[in-house]
Design a protein around this ligand. Structure first.
Ligand code: HEC
Ligand code: HEC
Length: 373
């Protein structure tokens, strides 16, 4: 059984509706094995200060740990536009404290109750074309909302996939797999250390969450075998502390690799992969390049924008985006590179997101040509 997956389309193909039904707290309280029904042992979360030493201390999962089946009350979610992390498949979950509710905002300013834990688990399949091949879970990252704001923690899984242990330093792991196009990879995957979380999660010197906000969460998902809107589903489960506005009136990112309008898809991709740094207050804010999806069509967006710093990172080009000319655009030059001095995004990625580069190339090619002179 496979729980983490790269996208909800694959999830549908894998016929995983039933898996999710099992995952959702209110639908099943027992699992079947070998024809007999066994009631899983209730897991009791450990007492004491956070973070715990072991992932199992939290009781996020039920059943066999490696199946990543969310425990009762734990909400698995999917974002519309995912962050590229060197091919890793991801599973995301929201764990609210007992009785805790989220204060909804139509933009990014969701407010989570004190004690919320956001959980993201990274794994690789042997063959991404066939999600029934073995998958190897490498790490689970947590963001915990305590009195001092959000703190990041990483748990490294053991080879037996029965436990994950708090990691202080980062780690490099050799992984090999076949991607969804059939290409073979052997790579060194980087598990970041907790200082590195900041490079993306810190804004105005404070850690923040990056995925669960309206544009990313307002999307169809399969729950209990039915396609539903994810925000509606959360509201129905009582996760918000007020009424949710009609979702059709709320902003939504398209799937960057789906069939929505090209401009929307490219901007959703840039938002998900770059805007945590490329925004005022973010780690790439000083470059003046803003890649928020709603910061539309201006020079700040990179169109005919000269880079803040010259040098290797420009590849001899003069502007971040030259409309109609991806080959002259610094943005394409940098996202296509693996050279640490040049490449974007910065660490920890080591592998170019070819689909992402193709999308951005198509996007710039389709702009009204302009030499920027
Ligand atoms: C390269 C940038 C980057 C780094 C480094 C990074 N993250 Fe994230 N993280 C993101 C983005 C972007 C998202 C939201 C999109 C997604 O889930 O795919 C995210 C999502 C998450 C989530 C799910 C909740 C949320 O905020 O959306 C958790 C938990 C998380 N990260 C923890 C960590 C921890 C802990 C570290 C450090 C060990 C870390 N991350 C390092 C970019 C990063
Ligand atoms: C972890 C933070 C981080 C992420 C994520 C990131 N960048 Fe950057 N970026 C920076 C920093 C810092 C600079 C300024 C220093 C430099 O030019 O290397 C920069 C500079 C740039 C520049 C030169 C801009 C200018 O006008 O000076 C481009 C183009 C760029 N990034 C594109 C991207 C794209 C496209 C993405 C997403 C695919 C991305 N970056 C993701 C941190 C980041």
């Amino acid at each position: 059984m496979i729980r983490s997956r790269p996208s909800s389309d694959l999830l549908l193909i894998a016929g995983a509706a039933a898996l999710l039904a099992a995952a959702c707290a209110d639908t099943e309280s027992s699992t079947s094995s070998g024809g007999t029904t066994v009631t899983p042992q209730a897991c009791v979360p450990k007492d004491g200060p956070l973070p715990h030493e072991h992932l199992t201390d939290y009781c996020f999962f039920q059943g066999d740990l490696k199946d990543l089946a969310p425990a009762e009350g734990v909400y698995p979610y999917d974002v519309a536009a995912a962050l590229w992390s060197d091919h890793a498949a991801k599973q995301r979950m929201i764990v609210l404290p007992k009785g805790g509710k989220i204060t909804f905002d139509p933009g990014e300013k969701w407010q989570f109750p004190l004690g919320t834990i956001l959980v993201k688990t990274f794994s690789f399949y042997d063959d991404f074309r066939d999600l029934s091949t073995p998958h190897h879970i490498l790490e689970t990252r947590l963001l915990i909302l305590g009195d001092e704001g959000w703190t990041g923690h990483v748990y490294r899984w053991n080879d037996a996939q029965t436990e994950a242990t708090l990691l202080v330093a980062g780690e490099r792991v050799d992984v090999s797999y076949i991607d969804e196009t059939g290409e073979s990879y052997a790579e060194e995957y980087i598990v970041p250390n907790t200082n590195q979380c900041k490079s993306c999660h810190e804004r105005d010197d404070k850690n923040t969450f990056l995925g669960p906000f309206t544009h990313q969460m307002n999307r169809p998902v399969v729950r209990d075998g039915k396609e539903v809107n994810q925000l509606d589903d959360m509201a129905q489960r009582g996760m918000f502390d007020g009424d949710l506005p009609a979702v059709t009136g709320l902003p939504a990112f398209p799937d960057p690799f789906g069939d929505g309008p090209l401009d929307d898809r490219a901007r959703a991709y840039l938002h998900a992969n770059c805007s945590h740094c490329h925004r005022p207050g973010g780690g790439g804010g000083s470059s003046g390049l803003v890649l928020l999806q709603w910061e539309n069509g201006t020079q700040k967006n990179g169109i005919c924008k000269e880079p803040a710093a010259a040098g290797a990172g420009t590849g001899g080009h003069s502007y971040d985006i030259v409309p109609g000319h991806p080959e002259d655009s610094i943005l394409i030059y940098r996202v296509s590179s693996t050279d640490p001095q040049i490449k974007m995004p910065e660490l920890p990625n080591r592998i170019v997101d070819k689909k992402g580069v193709a999308l951005l190339t198509e996007w710039i090619s389709a702009m009204d040509p302009n030499t920027c002179e």
